[in-house]
Structures are given as structure tokens and as C-alpha cells.
Design a protein around this ligand. Structure first.
Ligand code: SF4
Ligand code: ZN
Length: 285
């Protein structure tokens, strides 16, 4: 359909412009896309591969029942069809059990929600595995909706410092053990990524994770969607204004952002022990 062709052209141009404007990556770098099997990471993997970047996928199999199985199957079939190498990290090989088992062990001892625990484990593994693969950058599939929601959540929680890691590229941290993260879909709306992946018939699951408990994020999402009915630019405006604030935010916290290495695992950490090792300590206690 002609309107699909026009949409695809504009969508791809927007992603290209983001990469260029923020100097996100170049074709000499080794790039790992953090794949979930979902529409966002599949779209960004497809585009970077199509444009000739040295790209591989990495999926962390969280072993969350049929949802994880389906996502893994989709990522594998997509990568096979497009001749892209997919690195699979299986939680059982890393920790001897599934995410659900690990999480319930931790939750018997501390009050942390599913996504907090899962997020810490995924971030730790992603950085470590990507560095072991000698990659220069980690690409995530975060889109404009994610960016607007995250900024509003941190603002309403009264913790602007959490926004330091936001933006199309990672915040102020520069360290040889920390692989920089980039978000080429940063200016693409969730609905646009969905449409792009549907037009291209990517094998992706649109169902949310069965363990998702992000109540606050969902509330913000509902409110933004409601407000969007009267102002279609609302998410763009939030993100554009956040990006105007970001340089002064980085400047304010630049001296506080020293990174050390965790005493237990030697991974980057601001404290003596990283959040991952703190979780393991709680789990095994
Ligand atoms: Fe993990 Fe939460 Fe994402 Fe599910 S929704 S994969 S529990 S972070
Ligand atoms: Zn550690």
C-alpha cells in the first residue's frame, strides 16, 4: 500500500537521523542488540543489519514459562532468516535456575517487586556478556513512549538523578568495563514501531510479560495516553524538554558519578558490592 511505503520511509529516516544526530554508532563498531523477541528489539536489529552495521543479537532466556519459550523461538527464527548471529544466555546455565525460582527465593527475604529483581539481573548479565563478546555498544529497543514514561516516573518520584541514564545514549558513566548503551528508536512512538513490525511481518509476540508488575508505569502510560487525545505531541514534548534539561543534569552530578568495581564480581558498581551481588547474598542467606 502506498501509505505503508511512505510510513516505512519516514520511520527509517527518523531512526537514521537519530543515529546520525547523536553519533550513536558507526560501521566499524561491534554492536550487540539486546533482544527480547519483542517488536522493538527485533525492529532495531533488523534495521542495523539492513544498513550494514556489524550487529549480533543477544537474548537472555529468563525461563519464564511459555512466554520466554515463544520469545526465544521468535528471536531464533528471525535471526536465522536474516543470517544474524544470536547469542543465547540461559539463566539456568548462569545461576542454576529460572528467573521465577530465583525471584521467589529473594522475595521470601526482602520486599522487592518482580521487575526490580529481574531488571538488576538482566542489566548485570547484559553488560558482562556483551563485554565478553568484545562488543563496543549495546543497543536496546527503548522507544519514545518508554522514554516519556520513565522521565515522568522519575520526576514524580522526586528522583531526577535517575534520569541521568536516560537519553538516546547512556549518561555520564565512562568506564572500560561498562559497555555504552544506545537507543536508536528513541524518537519512535510505540505505535509506530508496532506498525513497522507488523508491515514487515516480524515474528513477534505482542503480549506483555506475565510477571510484569510495573503498576506505576502502567498508571503513567494510561494518563499519557488519555492526555494524548487532546495533545498528540505530549510524549514528544516531554522527551524534547527532558533532552534540553539533560546537559545541566549531567553537569550537576558529574563529580558524583565515579564508578568502582564490585568487591565480589569485579563488575562496575557505585557501591562496594554491586546490586546483583547484594541480591545473591540475600538469596543465599
Ligand atoms: Fe522482567 Fe518485569 Fe520485564 Fe517481565 S516485565 S521481563 S519480570 S523486567
Ligand atoms: Zn558484584
Amino acid at each position: 500500500m502506498p501509505e505503508d511505503k511512505k510510513f516505512i520511509k519516514e520511520f527509517e529516516q527518523k531512526v537514521k537521523d537519530t543515529i546520525k544526530k547523536y553519533k550513536l554508532c558507526n560501521k566499524k563498531e561491534r554492536i550487540i542488540v539486546a533482544c527480547s523477541g519483542g517488536k522493538d528489539s527485533t525492529t532495531v536489529l533488523y534495521l542495523l543489519h539492513k544498513w550494514g552495521y556489524q550487529v549480533e543479537g543477544l537474548i537472555i532466556d529468563l525461563l519464564i514459562g511459555p512466554w520466554s519459550e515463544e520469545n526465544l523461538k521468535n528471536a531464533q527464527s528471525f535471526c536465522q532468516d536474516h543470517k544474524i548471529k544470536l547469542n543465547v544466555v540461559n539463566l539456568r546455565n548462569e545461576f542454576g535456575c529460572s528467573m521465577c525460582f530465583m525471584r521467589s527465593g529473594i522475595q521470601k527475604k526482602v520486599k522487592l517487586n518482580n521487575c526490580m529483581i529481574c531488571g538488576i539481573i538482566k542489566r548485570w548479565l547484559l553488560n558482562k556478556k556483551t563485554r565478553e563478546l568484545k562488543a563496543d555498544k549495546i543497543v536496546t529497543g527503548h522507544n519514545l513512549d518508554d522514554a516519556a514514561e520513565t522521565f515522568m516516573m522519575n520526576l514524580l518520584k522526586g528522583n531526577m538523578k535517575l534520569n541521568l541514564g536516560q537519553g538516546p545514549a547512556t549518561g555520564v558513566i565512562k568506564d572500560k568495563k561498562f559497555v555504552p548503551r544506545i537507543k536508536p528508536l528513541y524518537f519512535c512512538l510505540n505505535e509506530e514501531v508496532k506498525r513497522y513490525s507488523q508491515i514487515n511481518k516480524f515474528p513477534v509476540l505482542l503480549e506483555a510479560c506475565p510477571c510484569s508488575v510495573e503498576v506505576f508505569r502502567k498508571k503513567i502510560r494510561r494518563n499519557l495516553t488519555e492526555m494524548e487525545k487532546n495533545n498528540s505531541q505530549i510524549k514528544h514534548n516531554i522527551v524534547a524538554n527532558f533532552l534540553k534539561l539533560l546537559p545541566s543534569l549531567k553537569n550537576k552530578y558529574k563529580n558524583n558519578e565515579k564508578l568502582n568495581y564490585c568487591t565480589a564480581c569485579q563488575e562496575p558498581s557505585r557501591q562496594e558490592f554491586c546490586k546483583m551481588c547484594e541480591l545473591i547474598k540475600i538469596w543465599k542467606s
